[in-house]
Design a protein around this ligand. Structure first.
Ligand SMILES: [Zn+2]
Length: 590
């Protein structure tokens, strides 16, 4: 569900963050700010800071921060739409009734149109499932003991092995097949016309966290390939950015304090069917950073299911790196050889699974014990040290890093200080990956760019202006540029920006802190001033960029002239003229 930006601003202007926070904790005035004991971490002296002028909060202890909306989301476990509705009611802001076009139909964006069409397709698939033709699929579900209720909750469906079942339905309803093609539901034939993408399959609608159907997965029911077929990427669906079942599981995840992560639809479905509700599936793709960013809003604790075979260990290795990078606590659930979650829960029941989950080791421990193993010969040990060092270098957090060094040294029977020195040497001499992951703590504080990032975080509704001006292309600091891109991407995806999702790791804390310090110190402004601030900042970044380009070209030019390289001199002179021309045009436009 999307909301009008102006309505969100109206809501924000009518609620007071100090009052809202005071509903949940006790605040005392301290200078310009209000201080209290942080609700997000255990503490004895208050470091939870609320600033009334800027309507923001930040905890200098744990690094949680945000505005009145993200505060409510975090403190009352609400989703973004829930928080907006709650605050709208509280402040008496009326959320707009959707607008209607000339033909009396709701006016929709492409996103809404595709989601609408997907819903219609899901209804078509569901009707098929309960029709006589759907017997084969119903038999299959019955064989796997999937209940009626689960079928309804997950809106399962069926599509017969014919070419135009859905195509005819869409056409018959007077809907656009071109749009259906964009939605990935139908495929354009070589000789014109369209045909169904999904044929002879059990259908799993894939929902986003708002409960909108964004894609479909289909499992073949008779012989044929592939066994599982997914929607292609569409304007509403990007692979690796959705977790199957998250919309349904999110409340259970919050309540239980962790998320059980499996691979396939059926794994998630059968666990849900057996009463395990805090379960999501990665949809058959490998785990991604985006998955974790999505999940991190509900919990930091994950129990991930892995196969005990070589492929499973490889997946575990990859996931471990991502979990460490996102600062999440992951444990590895390994089922007995050859058992998938469906088999396991049917054979041993829910309680046995809960027992396994309760004793699941931290992924890092499992990795040390099972992947590093214990080498017998000197040669084997030497290889293991190499693997171990690569592993240690993936760890962001210094305390955890030292802990691992200790454990690995013990495991391999080598001297801790030696291993430490070796790790340090590797890290300093350009181990790939490490430098990149650590960059945020080392960001050079280009003040203009930093200030624009701060403004984007404080006034996310203005980020689209930053995008349309393409100002990020004029950033000199690549890390700040990437941060800016992430803010825009998050805002477009979710309608709000949560700094703790954008900068999740402990390494990012200094940066988060300086952003909030700057925000709290900057004087409050009205909307008109905010716009001027953005415009000024954008202009000055452009000017600085031109200055820097000219300086760099001049430097190269001097070198080229000194070494008598005529061709390069001409080329650089031309470059310089181009930059100056662009600058002149830009200045004239201002
Ligand atoms: Zn805190």
């Amino acid at each position: 569900m999307r909301f009008d930006d102006s309505k969100i601003e109206e809501i924000k202007s009518r609620v007071d963050i100090v009052e809202l926070a005071s509903e949940y904790l006790t605040l005392k005035k301290a200078g310009r700010n209000y201080l209290g004991l942080c609700p997000f971490h255990q503490e004895k002296t208050p470091s939870f800071t609320v600033n009334r002028e800027k309507q923001i909060f930040y905890c200098f202890g744990c690094g949680e921060g945000g505005n009145v909306i993200t505060l409510l989301m975090k403190i009352a476990n609400k989703s973004f739409p829930e928080a907006i509705k709650h605050l709208a009611q509280k402040t008496g802001v009326v959320l707009p009734v959707r607008t209607f076009g000339k033909d009396g139909r709701e006016k929709e964006s492409l996103h809404d149109e595709i989601v609408h069409l997907n819903l219609r397709a899901a209804q078509h698939f569901a009707r098929n499932l309960s029709s006589p033709a759907g017997k084969i699929a119903r038999d299959y579900l019955q064989k796997r003991a999937v209940t009626e209720e689960t079928v309804k909750q997950f809106r399962l469906g069926y599509t017969p092995d014919t070419w135009r079942s859905l195509t005819d339905d869409i056409e018959g309803g007077g809907l656009s097949l071109k749009l259906a093609e964009q939605a990935g539901l139908v495929i354009a034939g070589k000789e014109g016309g369209y045909y169904d993408r999904f044929r002879g399959r059990l259908i799993f609608p894939i929902e986003n966290i708002f409960g909108e159907i964004v894609a479909f997965g289909g499992r073949i029911l008779e012989a044929g390939e592939p066994k599982y077929l997914n929607s292609p990427e569409t304007p509403v669906y990007t692979k690796g950015k959705n977790l199957y079942g998250l919309n349904k599981a999110k409340d259970a995840i919050r309540q239980s304090g962790f998320c059980l992560m499996v691979e396939g639809y059926f794994d998630a479905l059968s666990l849900w069917n057996a009463g395990v509700r805090n379960v999501v599936a990665t949809l058959g793709t490998a785990l991604t950073r985006d998955h974790l960013e999505l999940l991190r809003r509900y919990t930091q604790n994950v129990v991930a299911l892995f196969d005990p075979d070589a492929a499973g260990l490889k997946a575990l290795d990859r996931s471990l790196e991502l979990f460490l990078g996102a600062n999440m606590h992951a444990r590895a659930l390994i089922l007995p050889e050859g058992c998938d979650p469906d088999d396991y829960i049917k054979k041993y029941g829910r309680e046995k699974l809960d027992e396994l989950i309760a004793v699941a080791p931290a992924i890092s421990d499992y990795y040390i014990d099972n992947v590093l193993g214990d080498g017998k010969t000197f040669e084997e040990n030497r290889d293991l040290v190499k693997t171990a060092m690569e592993f240690i270098n993936k760890i962001n957090n210094e305390i955890e890093k030292n802990l691992f060094i200790k454990r690995i040294a013990e495991k391999l029977g080598i001297d801790q200080t030696l291993l430490k020195r070796e790790v340090h040497r590797k890290a300093t001499y350009g181990q790939t990956g490490v430098a990149v992951r650590k960059e945020s703590s080392k960001i050079k504080m280009n003040p203009l760019e930093f200030n624009l990032i701060r403004l984007m975080l404080e006034y996310p509704q203005k980020t689209l202006l930053v995008e349309s001006e393409k100002i990020l292309d004029y950033f000199l600091e690549p890390a700040l540029k990437r941060l800016g891109e992430k803010i825009i991407e998050n805002y477009k995806l979710l309608g709000y920006v949560d700094i703790n999702v954008i900068l999740p790791s402990d390494e990012d804390k200094p940066l988060r802190e300086s952003i909030y310090k700057l925000s709290m110190e900057a004087p409050p402004t009205d909307d008109h001033m905010v716009e001027r601030n953005f415009a000024d900042n954008i202009q000055r970044i452009r000017e600085k960029w031109y200055k820097e380009q000219k300086r760099l070209i001049q430097l190269q030019l001097r070198q080229a002239q000194e070494s008598g390289n005529g061709e390069l001199t001409r080329e650089l002179t031309c470059q310089k003229q181009n930059v100056m021309k662009e600058e002149k045009e830009y200045v004239q436009k201002q």
